[in-house]
Design a protein around this ligand. Structure first.
Ligand SMILES: Cc1cc2nc3c(=O)[nH]c(=O)nc-3n(C[C@H](O)[C@H](O)[C@H](O)COP(=O)(O)OP(=O)(O)OC[C@H]3O[C@@H](n4cnc5c(N)ncnc54)[C@H](O)[C@@H]3O)c2cc1C
Length: 415
């Protein structure tokens, strides 16, 4: 079989595996520094998976109240506050031109894993960490305002008080993941130093003289390509490929497939004035109001479709493709959110226009978020790690992707 695989030495080129936000920004940064890059992805277009179908929240760390060890909010703050400045630097589009959603309220359900006072204490820690970051770094992202606990009358305007016992206002927002995917993809297509290999599945990797051999499969057949350096930004398939070259994390990574539920209804921009909202802490959901008639909905018990602690995501992805019932997900998600945010009933007439996509979430942990002790409540052991000229990039979150992509590009060049 291997005899029929064509072999090509790609010279001093770097392979970036995976054209999500992490891989695309890594490739663009390498090209900006004068290096030739092959960007390989099995999709038909770049940025078609988690980096497209996510909520786009630039996390400041408020949601990670159950992180007992602490540093998650610092990781989120540095990622979120550098997200737009880095995108601006990479794409040439001013940071102020990127659309942002209405700011998030956080509702605390009466059966939350944490009390409103515990959450208030955590939110104050986040505000202190934001202020510290702002003091220590020059950013032009704009300083987020500190949180504020809503009065009873204020939060009853949006949340059903029978289910939600307290709420907080924050300055956290979501960005437009579709607009960003289009913009970043256009930069990739326009960059002559990047050769984009779409429809190409990365199958195996092994150490080779002077670099790494990557075996890929495309419609035209299998190919073995030799690269001087590799950045593994495959996200859901990252640990499987790392294990091929003998890099084993030695810990459990939970791969969850989560559906995304979106509605584009420009005519509803003025009628649906419900703020963006997240319910915490536990197995609840989110609503994002982009302010222009685009909405994102999520109800965790409905939208989390599958999970596996196997490093090979393929069986899970095949199962989701076979069994995903988009209509049922859309109606059950809206129905669940409506109980907590009754004003979302204004979306009901548009139910048949709701679109359902989805993507993988990869995070260290053994149990799901309904377990207060789950590792999923923390997200700080993330970022790129170098093994010779092989860099494996744990993106962590969408909001931390640009920062870690720049670091990954620099790490592979250091080798
Ligand atoms: C529903 C949902 C909501 C989320 N909400 C948020 C949020 O609000 N804020 C936030 O910060 N984060 C959020 N996340 C997490 C965020 O989406 C991810 O952390 C981020 O997008 C990962 O980026 P990536 O480039 O590493 O992965 P991806 O965008 O998945 O890119 C990886 C690429 O690798 C390709 N690929 C994989 N395996 C192979 C292979 N073997 N061969 C070839 N190509 C392959 C895929 O096609 C894909 O294009 C959410 C995730 C989901 C699923």
């Amino acid at each position: 079989m291997l005899d029929r695989v064509s072999r090509t030495d790609r010279g001093g080129r770097v392979a970036v595996l995976g054209a999500g936000i992490a891989g695309c920004i890594t490739a663009l940064e390498l090209a900006r520094q004068g290096h030739d890059v092959d960007l390989i992805d099995n999709g038909k277009i770049p940025m078609s998976q988690a980096s497209l179908h996510n909520e786009g929240k630039l996390h400041l760390g408020y949601v990670y109240a159950a992180d007992k060890s602490g540093p998650t909010c610092e990781r989120m703050i540095e990622g979120a506050l550098s997200f737009l400045p880095i995108l601006s630097q990479i794409t040439g589009v001013p940071a102020s031109s990127f659309a942002q959603s209405k700011p998030f309220l956080y509702g605390v359900p009466r059966d939350s894993q944490m009390s409103p006072d515990e959450i208030a204490a955590h939110f104050s820690r986040v505000d202190t960490a934001i202020a510290k970051f702002e003091r220590e770094h020059e950013t032009d992202a704009g300083t987020p305002a500190p949180h504020r606990r809503l009065t009873g009358n204020e939060y009853r305007q949006w949340f059903d008080p029978r289910l939600v016992g307290a709420a907080f206002a924050t300055d956290e927002r979501s960005v437009d993941t579709v607009g960003i995917a289009n913009l970043v993809s256009a930069c990739i297509y326009a960059e002559p130093r990047i050769e984009l290999r779409l429809g190409t599945t990365v199958e195996t990797a092994e150490a080779a003289p002077g670099g790494w051999d990557i075996t890929c499969r495309a419609a035209s057949g299998a190919e073995r390509l030799r690269y001087a350096g590799v950045v593994n930004a495959l996200w859901g398939d990252r640990l499987r490929l790392d294990s091929e070259i003998g890099v084993h994390s030695g810990r459990t990574c939970l791969l969850r497939y989560k559906a995304s539920v979106t509605l584009d209804a420009p005519g509803m921009a003025s009628t649906v004035n419900t703020p963006s909202a997240t319910l915490m802490v536990g197995s609840y959901g989110d609503f994002v109001n982009h302010g222009d008639g685009r909405f994102y909905l999520s109800w965790y018990p409905v939208c989390k479709l599958a999970e596996t602690s196997d490093i090979n995501p393929r069986p899970m992805l095949e199962m989701v493709t076979r069994e995903m019932d988009r209509e049922a997900i859309a109606s059950a998600t809206l129905e669940a959110l409506l109980r907590y945010l009754p004003s979302l009933s204004r979306l009901t007439p548009a139910l048949d226009r709701i679109r359902v996509g989805g993507g993988v979430i990869a995070a260290w942990g053994e149990t799901d978020i309904d377990d207060p002790e789950s590792g999923l409540h923390e997200r700080h052991e993330i970022g790129p790690t170098r093994h010779g000229s092989w860099v494996t990039l744990d993106t962590g979150k969408y909001c931390t992707a640009p920062l870690y992509a720049l670091r990954a590009a620099n790490l592979v060049l250091e080798a």
